[in-house]
Design a protein around this ligand. Structure first.
Ligand code: NAP
Length: 547
């Protein structure tokens, strides 16, 4: 626990005011970081948020079919027993509207909004080494100063709109799923083209197909998906969550991925083909990300993985009636779950509808967008609306979208020219007092996000309290510790099949010019938590702390 001593800095006029901390972003991470620093340490904190409300990812991603793939009872904060007791989720997986209601409830309950400036996009953050403060500039011309700068910008918040020739000439409407109009989009009577078949596209297509006149799905890389089996939560389950909140919290905090289930200890080779089939069938029926937990070795042994891959490909062929379409959907080139595994509601079934067609971009790539639609190497597809479900400039994009400069004017973009380099995913050498919540090099996106976020926000809070208690003003990693961590991040990824999915946003593959580096830490949340705890217990070893 951190101590509750106030270390706020006086009460000078607004322009001279040096805040204790500035937090960028008011999603899950920014809200909790504000709560920790203000309520536990008594710091002066300001959160700057580009959106008009709280929510982060969920403020922007309101596309049709959007839904979280973590189960609702674990996709929430666990720091407050009262909060857990009073909130009730309605469905197995929460959609954006319910998550936004939850986050607004949290923000109101803990009176957080008074320290959040909405509609305020941070454009630059420059470190002033003489005064040991960060100068932060916003799009509206405001200048703020703070001793600590904490980014809570999300991992998937920088939309990747492909630079396709002719897009500006398109006479219809186009949207990126990560910047979805809050008023919604009416597809009725429209010919819609959807580019992209990741988690987002797989969720969106079935819902768009319900109202569109016609939907054409443009698939570049075929993808696995397992049924989500979303459903309303029963009163019994809702009661179970309240009665077992402490155990659920313990479970999510003490496993590899932060989800409320353990990965089986069984190896594929421990089972006969019949036993395997029965286990996969049961997991398919249960639905969700737990499918990945059927065996311990699915992500480390290609032969083991092939059995899961084959099972899902067979499912695709059995669901999709047109064999040519089924063949394109099942022509998957990477191990199962080496890309983030989507879960769906009737995705493959959607291709049995008369108003849905699939285009194989591997065979016939998009050449241009025309005023009328999409032209592939084969033909032109006339469209009224194009939906780009083309993902994000993940993990580094949101950070490099801000002009961040550290000591001696070092630009983060230059420090990370060959890919992200940091210590524990938390700090970068040359950028004192800058913390990056769920930054590259931390488990983040390989973990149930709220669990990863709480761990980072609490670690940062404890670190700042330690600095105060020891009269320390500056922290940054030493370069050797950073190099060693980068090696650990690479080694953790190489011990899995994850880097084998070459078209993966974990590797930054589909953003032109982005260095190809496996970004999240794949050694597991539990292991990572222990490393961070040990570093703190050993007097923040690997960091340089100074007055
Ligand atoms: P994504 O996984 O990166 O998928 C992007 C899709 O667009 C891929 O099919 C990609 O093809 C395609 N694409 C990109 N550029 C293209 C181009 N120029 N031409 C044609 N196709 C192109 O992005 P996402 O689906 O938005 O998902 C990102 C992550 O967000 C997920 O992995 C997940 O972590 C999170 N998410 C979670 C949920 C959930 O909780 N249920 C829902 C949605 C998203 P290639 O594969 O060939 O590059």
């Amino acid at each position: 626990m951190t101590n509750a001593t106030s270390i706020a800095s006086g009460n000078p006029s607004e322009e001279d005011r040096i805040l204790d901390a500035l937090v960028i972003g008011a999603g899950f991470a920014g809200l909790y970081q504000l709560y920790c620093l203000r309520e536990r340490l008594g710091l002066s904190v300001q959160v700057l948020e580009a959106g008009a409300g709280v929510g982060g990812t969920w403020y922007w991603n309101r596309y049709p079919g959007a839904r979280c793939d973590s189960e609702s009872h674990s996709y929430c904060y666990s720091f407050s027993e009262e909060l857990t007791r009073e909130w009730q989720w309605s469905e197995r997986y929460p959609g954006p509207a319910e998550i936004l209601r939850y986050l607004n409830h949290v923000a109101d309950r803990f009176d957080l909004k008074r320290d959040i400036r909405f509609n305020t996009r941070v454009t630059a953050a420059h470190y002033d080494q003489e005064r040991n403060i960060w100068h932060v500039s916003t799009g509206s011309g405001d200048q703020l100063k703070a001793r600590f700068l904490i980014t809570a910008v999300g991992c998937l918040s920088s939309a990747n709109v492909p630079k396709l020739p002719g897009l500006a000439s398109f006479e219809g409407d186009w949207y990126h799923t990560g910047q979805w109009p809050h008023a919604g989009v009416d597809f009725s009577g429209k010919r819609v083209g959807q580019v992209g078949t990741g988690s987002t596209g797989i969720q969106a297509a079935p819902v768009i197909a319900e109202t569109a006149d016609h939907l054409t799905v443009f698939q570049r890389t075929a993808n696995y998906s397992v049924p989500a089996r979303n459903a309303p939560l029963t009163a019994e389950f809702q009661q179970y969550v309240k009665d077992n909140a402490a155990q659920i919290r313990e479970l999510t905090r003490t496993n590899t991925n932060g989800h409320p289930f353990h990965i089986s200890e069984r190896l594929v080779s421990d089972t006969t083909p019949q036993e395997r089939l029965a286990l996969y069938e049961a997991a398919w029926e249960r639905g969700g990300l737990q499918f990945r937990a059927t065996f311990q070795d699915l992500l480390i042994d290609k032969t083991a993985n092939d059995t899961a891959a084959q099972f899902i490909k067979n499912k695709i062929r059995s669901i999709v009636k047109d064999s040519a379409t089924a063949a394109i959907l099942a022509d998957i080139d990477h191990p199962y779950a080496a890309k983030r595994p989507p879960i769906d509601t009737d995705y493959f079934e959607t291709f049995n509808r008369d108003n849905v067609a699939l285009v194989d971009l591997r065979a016939t790539p998009i050449e241009e967008i025309t005023p009328r639609g999409v032209r592939t190497s084969d033909k032109e597809y006339p469209l009224d609306i194009i939906v780009f479900a083309t993902g994000f400039d993940a993990m580094t994009g949101p950070l490099l979208g801000i002009d961040i400069r550290g000591r001696n004017g070092l630009r983060l973009a230059d420090a990370w020219q060959a890919g992200p380099r940091n210590y524990l995913g938390l700090q970068v050498a040359g950028f004192p007092n800058l913390f990056t919540i769920t930054g590259p090099g931390s488990p983040s996106v390989l973990c149930n996000m709220p669990v990863a976020i709480e761990q980072h926000a609490e670690w940062i809070t404890d670190c700042i309290a330690h600095m105060h208690n020891h009269d320390l003003q500056r922290i940054e990693p030493n370069p050797e510790a950073m190099d060693a961590w980068v090696e650990q991040v690479n080694a953790a990824a190489d011990a899995t099949l994850l880097p084998q999915a070459t078209h993966s946003w974990y590797l930054g593959e589909h953003v032109p010019g982005k260095p190809r580096v496996f970004m999240p830490y794949a050694g597991g949340m539990l292991h990572y938590r222990r490393i961070c705890d040990k570093v703190a217990a050993n007097n923040y070893e690997g960091f340089e702390l100074s007055k």
